[in-house]
Design a protein around this ligand. Sequence first.
Ligand code: KIV
Length: 271
Amino acid sequence: MSVNKEVKRITTHTIQKMKLKGEKISMITAYDFSFAKLFDAAGIDVILVGDSASNVMAGHETTLPITLDQMIYHAQSVLRAIDHCLVVVDLPFGTYQSNSDIALASAIRIMKETDAHAIKLEGGEEAIDSIKRIVAAGIPVMGHLGLTPQSIYKFGTYTVRAKEEEEANKLKKDALLLQEAGCFATVLEKIPANLAKEVSESLTIPTIGIGAGNACDGQVLVMHDMLGINTEFKPRFLRQYLNLHEQITSAVQQYIADVKSKDFPNEKESY
Ligand code: KIV
């Protein structure tokens, strides 16, 4: 990132001010240079280099297998494309849960090797020591509560979290702990809309919802889901803005047909 660029950059402070002004925050995932460049130029506020790369880029069933080196590769590609948005990078499973020394070392690698602006990690009370160490080192941290996909084998399913009072109370407590520990924002994933509203109103830091209703301070979607590249994944919370699966399939089928019929390349497309 060049210090001389005239472009107004979005920082963690910008999105905190957006909450104060009631201006909603838009966030989308990206994992490579070309899409990140498109999203940044389109005016997105925040790009998340999510560990969902494990699913949508690498084809794994869960987010657990992706490594820190692989996340760094994706984040480096995204950061090369960015002029104005805030870029947050997920700490992948196994790179922060053991202890706060390991968590801090992982966060430092992301910041040093990718030029990212912040990291995200999953969990509440159990992650607080690590969050405090990372924040104390000057690294902005985004939290992630509710459905935390790195714990999928503990939950057993991807259904809505915190429907019962006990889990809802823990989530409310965890959200306050994240704020006290210095998180600049938190994701709320797949929880009832009224709970997300209560949490969003109780916090001074912004909440970014996915499947958490309209009262969150911002929204995030996985790019492959909202662009309709995935066809199998159709949860209720997903609004699909394009059907790229259909469009790409028909474009590639047309290309195959043109090659087979010797229509492509024509004279104008030849030297
Ligand atoms: O990895 C990811 O894409 C995420 C979003 C679903 C919030 O964490």
